[in-house]
Design a protein around this ligand. Sequence first.
Ligand code: PMP
Length: 376
Amino acid sequence: MEVYADFAATTPMDKEIMEKMFANADEFGNPSSIHKIGKRAKAQLEHSRREIAGLLNAYPSEITFTSGATEANNLAIRGVVSNYDHPHIITTAIEHASVLNTYESLEDVADVTYIPATEKGVIDKEAFKAALREDTALVSIMLVNNETGVMQPIYEIGEILAGHNALLHVDAVQAFGHMGVDVKDFGADLLTLSGHKIYGPKGVGVLYRKNDVILNPMITGGSQEKDRRSGTENNLFIYAMAEAMKKADDERTMRSIKEMQLKEKFLNTLTHAEIPFEVNGDVNQAATHIINIHFPWTEAEFLLTALDMADIYVSSGSACSAGTVEPSHVLESMYGEDARVKKSIRFSFSHLMEEEEIDAIVNALKEIYERLFIES
Ligand code: PMP
């Protein structure tokens, strides 16, 4: 049996959404064309925009479509930073590479403070308060960490920033479909989402931008998306993303309960099998679908390969750096130089999984553990 437990890296496309998408594929027009075929495409595009805005409690004019969350995060950050002369920015040491590497590339033109995480996987609020300056222009904090699943205190950050001029940018890629995402509740000025984490297509993403936020475009050209992101819109994938978001929102409770049951079963079965492990981060503050586990008895690189040979597909850290197994910057922020950084694996679950798949993962781990134990 092949077991895929890497749903935080990407999800398969929902079959029903795929069928709806292909049924719509004849609507091939360019939304910028002024003839009827173009106008029909434009109507569909704007319908998707309205639906997505509604789900986020935003206005349609606040939604910009992109090629994914990497581009959406780049646009949010670069689009704002370019409005200022050497601004002060606060972000965290546990952001996704699309945020972290973007800020690292901007260090010549901005003063960036990186807030570390505590051992619970939550950013250090006191460090945040201490870092906040009167002239801080932008704060980028993710909602759910993609490696540990730990939810960050966005509501509290939003409250701290309520009387402040700094804009709040929230990467909500791993949160949507697992918890409520309401831009007004968070006080978010910018928020990003990705289609392929919610059973939609790869290569499509959303940037929410509060109406009064001035954003310089990164991609210039035909002035699509109100000049914020040029290029003919990928109407078909945008349609599928809107459908995926609606379904994720409708099924949120069912999906979360199932994911939670799978996670609990996983932890109980691991304990029962007497495989030494520790959870990284605070399991009680984590989104339902992700868990990061430290196996003190072996290196992650070896374990990933051994699990792969047993047809169990998981990852260490984010998939974007998983081609090469490098120590996780998230775990490094939480634990420093500790050996557990190199001995940890991320499992991410889905409502589509069966309980037997959890048994298969634990059986494989048990076999690997015993093999090592007996051999050494
Ligand atoms: N942010 C987070 C938290 C993510 O998990 C990911 C995907 N790994 C991204 C951003 C980038 O999304 P995309 O693949 O759509 O570029």
